[in-house]
Design a binder for this molecule. Structure first.
Ligand code: SF4
Length: 220
């Protein structure tokens, strides 16, 4: 009893054929580990999703990791303040590839009702977002539904050459990742700052900090 209740029931001959791509994506989607990153009221719903009633552990993701190096999913749960933006970016940068970002609630997605100087008007200004979840606050059922949709996305992500082809087919970004923006290239002070930051891999943090400083937001 118990031994015949899994996938082996469906495999009477004990043989399973699949592709490396399907297997890798299946394991990835079935073991997402979210970074612990609650920013406001939405985080309460996120915590509830991990607790006994909704039990996100059923999807292999009950382990919210305190270290970004052990996480591959960032659930941005709540409004992102201008001061938090560089921190958020740093945590994202510290997460190993492959990684995904879920923007939870209207505040993270668009600033929500906080249309003011203190709040980033959409976390996609800071990190690339894979999936958006609307609502204020979204209920745990909604978060679970979004996670299942993200699973579907991960399951169909190409790997290797196919992934490269897919990336190349996309429109090239205005500034390629890691490339010095023209506003820095033609400004001596900023160019020097950029070259310094490039040595430590912190060009994105520098860009966000300068962007905020130019708008009168104190960073430190
Ligand atoms: S979307 Fe609503 S619940 Fe979520 S952080 Fe904003 S105000 Fe709070």
């Amino acid at each position: 009893m118990g031994l015949d209740m899994g996938i082996e029931e469906k495999l009477p001959s004990g043989v399973l054929l699949t592709t490396v791509e399907a297997l890798a994506n299946w394991t990835r989607k079935a073991s997402l580990w979210p970074a612990t990153f609650g920013l406001a009221c939405c985080a309460i719903e996120m915590m509830t999703t991990g607790a006994a009633r909704y039990d996100s552990g059923r999807m292999g993701m009950e382990v919210f990791r305190p270290s970004p190096r052990q996480a591959d999913l960032m659930i941005v749960a709540g409004r992102v303040s201008q001061k938090m933006a560089p921190v958020l970016r740093q945590i994202y940068d510290q997460m190993p590839e492959p990684k995904w970002v879920l923007s939870m609630g209207v505040c993270a997605t668009s600033g929500g009702m906080f249309n003011n100087y203190a709040i980033v008007q959409g976390v996609d200004h800071v990190v690339p977002v894979d999936i958006y979840l609307p609502g204020c606050p979204p209920r745990p059922e909604m978060l679970l539904d979004t996670i299942l949709r993200l699973h579907d996305k991960i399951l169909h992500e190409p790997l290797g050459d196919k992934r490269r082809e897919q990336q190349e087919a996309k429109e090239p970004p205005l500034v390629k990742p890691g490339e010095m923006p023209s506003s820095y290239f033609f400004n001596k002070k900023k160019k020097k700052q950029w070259l310094e930051a490039a040595k430590t891999g912190t060009t994105e943090q520098l860009r966000i900090k300068n962007w905020m400083a130019e708008r009168g937001v104190k960073v430190d």
